[in-house]
Ligand binder design. Structure first.
Ligand code: AMP
Ligand code: MG
Length: 494
């Protein structure tokens, strides 16, 4: 079959830096287009990153590109090979089983890779069908932008395309494709894949360092010193990952499947599946019904990230790195995590800085929320005004006496630091979102989308793009689900 002629989209051209890696890194494979695709939603914020305007998003070429039917000039779609540890166990080769890297677009602000997810089988599909259902695609689309709105590093979502193509999961659902953007989709798992091949691991190291971590390159005698460069890279990835997880913790975000193949080498949140933003706080909250042991519970995320970094470190031994040197690259994790976490928590609590004796106040804060299953997001948000009127905040606690006792200690601590109350209140409002992508809100958007109605997606994106700004008439979106509303079960099925 003759290759389809390239489409033109506002002069967008796509190269593909990944394709310069040796052959075993990827397989060239075209997406399988959705039948009778419908553009359910296009995201102007992500489009702006590529320099695409509203007209381009309405064009048939855009729909063709985002449904897997079109290709840009110079574009050669491919699926990449990676491996990984899933739920703590070595899973061997995985790879892009339902994702196609279309290419990368150069913009004045940097390079963006364009990737389709749910676009058909690849040589890495194993037993999978290559599809993604609308339900999980809406969740990925919304979560990417919710995280971006919170200022948390993440892949982005450009478009959501739906079709009536049937996809069999627990029931028969319909297919969709999400177009994702990221500077790079390289995962820890790409390094694990080449953990026994010096030549390929060196090529991957050079590739990642050249493009995203040039400051990590170490040379000796004019040549790259691979072990030293790998150590610098690992140190930097350790730092970024630690800061990322601190931000997750402070947003009440649970990733749900922190397998090493879902960990970004750039420290981005990657692969939104059975994630969750907590409603009622529970320290050991498990958002993924498939995670029966709670490996990826909220309070386990920092330790799991560190465990994953150890797997990444292990894959670098093949470059001739000393195990002890790699281990010392991982050492900054705890300090980096704690610094970011405490700094963020201080801002959320309206404290001028984190002081060592704030630890007891912090411990008691989480214990209080946990004991009473108080709403994570509202408990922070309403604290800003609790000095003027404690009522709305106290309403979050079924037993107000211990909450009142904590509040008095907290207000005393805050009063001790002085400062302008209005400025403090405003700063707290910029640190504590009103709106997060609660499961029941995502579920409403999914059910509407399944009826062909994208208005809830649009509404949520509007709120989540700036989740700190309270919008009149949107109270419903700030509230947790009603007590008698059954919880939305979220699993690995996607
Ligand atoms: P995930 O749990 O979604 O991060 O996926 C783990 C691995 O399974 C990756 O290699 C995916 O590409 C692959 N995978 C997941 N779902 C499918 C599917 N429906 N078809 C093909 N591969 C899949
Ligand atoms: Mg994945």
């Amino acid at each position: 079959m003759a290759e389809a002629p390239p489409i033109s989209l506002d002069g967008l051209r796509a190269g593909c830096s990944f394709a310069a890696l040796p052959r075993g890194f990827y397989a060239r494979v075209d997406p399988r287009p959705l039948r009778a695709p419908r553009l359910l939603h296009a995201n102007p914020d992500a489009a702006a990153l590529l320099g695409l305007d509203a007209d381009a998003l309405r064009s048939p070429e855009f729909l063709a590109l985002c449904s897997g039917a079109g290709r840009l000039a110079d574009m050669t779609p491919l699926a990449t090979a990676y491996s990984g540890h899933q739920f703590g166990v070595w899973a061997g080769q995985l790879g892009d089983g339902r994702a196609h890297l279309l290419g990368d677009v150069r913009t004045p602000e940097g390079v963006w890779e364009i990737q389709l997810k749910g676009s058909g089988r690849t040589p890495f599909s194993r037993m999978g069908d290559g599809w993604a259902v609308l339900r999980s695609s809406v969740r990925e689309y919304l979560a990417s932008e919710a995280m971006a709105g919170l200022g948390i590093p993440t892949t982005r979502a450009l478009a959501l395309v739906a079709s009536d193509d049937p996809v069999v999961r627990e029931t028969v659902e319909t297919a969709a494709v999400v177009t994702r953007l990221a500077p790079s989709f390289v995962r820890f798992g790409h390094f694990e894949h080449w953990g026994h091949s010096h030549h390929e691991q060196k090529a991957l190291l050079d590739y990642v360092v050249d493009h995203w971590y040039p400051e990590c390159r170490e040379t000796s005698g004019g040549e790259t010193d691979a072990p030293a460069t790998a150590c610098r890279l690992l140190t930097e990835v350790t730092r970024r990952t630690a800061r990322l997880i601190a931000q997750w913790q402070l947003a009440g975000f649970c990733h749900g499947v922190m397998n090493t193949d879902n960990m970004s080498i750039l420290g981005l949140t990657l692969d939104y599946g059975p994630y969750g933003f907590m409603d009622a706080f529970q320290a050991n909250h498990i958002c993924n019904h498939s995670d029966t042991a709670g490996r990826y519970a909220w309070n386990a995320q920092p330790a799991v990230a560190r465990w994953n970094l150890y797997r990444l470190a292990g894959s670098l031994l093949v470059l001739g790195c000393e195990a002890s040197a790699l281990e010392s690259c991982l050492a900054p994790f705890e300090a980096e995590f704690l610094a970011a976490y405490r700094d963020g928590l201080a801002r959320k609590l309206g404290l001028d800085a984190w002081r060592p004796d704030d630890a007891a106040l912090e411990d008691d804060w989480w214990s209080l929320l946990h004991a009473q299953r108080a709403d994570f997001t509202l408990a922070f948000r309403r604290l800003a005004d609790a000095d003027r009127d404690a009522g709305p905040w106290l309403d979050l606690f079924p037993d107000p006496a211990p909450a009142r006792a904590w509040l008095d200690r907290y207000l005393a601590r805050r009063a001790g630091q002085g400062g302008d109350a209005d400025a403090r209140r405003a700063a707290m409002s910029r640190a504590n979102p009103v709106y997060v992508l609660r499961n029941h809100l995502a579920q409403r958007a999914i059910e509407a989308a399944q009826r062909g109605d994208a208005s809830e997606i649009d509404r949520l994106l509007t709120l989540l793009r700036d989740p700190y700004a309270e919008r009149p008439g949107s109270d419903f979106y700030a509230r947790p689900p009603a007590a008698d509303e059954p919880a939305v079960p979220v699993s690995c099925s996607s």
